[in-house]
Design a protein around this ligand. Structure first.
Ligand code: SAH
Length: 220
């Protein structure tokens, strides 16, 4: 096993268990998700200089002005996505970033389609998931505002960057009964929203205040 995948001191089982206990206190109750997060080495998703902070409940820089999402928000969005269907078959993720959320989803869904606009970030994420032997993921370097029409409809869509409003193309790519979790708004006025596609339209629920990086258009 490569060095970075081993449990070195600061990434010990005890440190990880503290993160899991914090998630439980914050209201995460899905054992399935807690188990997957306990067993996924979060420290390999960030630069070595920051690896010792990997299990803190905070967003941390991953380069290119982007951040790895805070463990609580990863757990919360995943829980909301899983709650919606007995089985997640086909999930679309917008904003691969460092790939941590992708790795969690890949262990809970049949297939994950992940779109990222910054090519080098996505390349690194892809390598990490390969090292973890998570092979049920496809990657696309694109502006996530277009979604990924080739594999639609999706029974789950998870968006990791905040647009001012819900992109129309993403709504179109939802399956009936499918759910999308998406932060909407600017800077410190963002709100997590849950969109459910019904036979006749879309139900939109406003959940809780969140802080995400902005959803930007175009590729880099
Ligand atoms: N879940 C990721 C979150 C990374 S931050 C993680 O934990 O690492 C959000 C990511 O969304 C960034 O990598 C950013 O480049 C990407 N992003 C922002 N706008 C986007 C868009 N329009 N299309 C695709 N990716 C986008």
């Amino acid at each position: 096993m490569i060095q970075s995948l081993q449990g070195i001191g600061m990434t010990s089982a005890r440190t990880r268990e503290r993160m899991i206990n914090r998630l439980i206190q914050q209201g995460i109750c899905s054992h399935k998700i807690l188990d997957v997060m306990r067993n996924t080495p979060r420290h390999i998703f960030m630069d070595e200089a920051l690896a010792h902070r990997a299990y803190e409940d905070t967003a941390l820089p991953i380069g290119y002005n982007q951040t790895i999402s805070q463990p609580y928000i990863v757990a919360k969005m995943t829980e909301l996505l899983l709650a919606a269907s007995a089985r997640l078959t086909c999930v679309l993720e917008i904003g691969t970033g460092c790939g941590y959320q992708t790795a969690i989803l890949a262990q809970l869904a049949d297939h994950v389609y992940s779109v990222e606009r910054i090519a080098p970030l996505q390349k690194k994420a892809k390598d990490r998931l390969w090292d973890l032997k998570l092979k049920n993921v496809s990657y696309l370097h694109s502006d996530g505002g277009w979604g990924w029409p080739d594999h639609a409809p999706y029974d789950g869509i998870l968006v990791a960057a905040a647009p001012p409003e819900i992109p129309e193309m993403l709504l179109q790519q939802m399956a009936i009964g499918g759910v999308m979790l998406i932060p909407i708004g600017k800077d410190d006025k963002q709100q997590l929203q849950r969109v459910t596609r019904t036979e006749s339209g879309y139900d939109i629920e406003k959940l809780e205040p969140v802080v995400f990086v902005p959803f930007l258009s175009g590729r880099k």
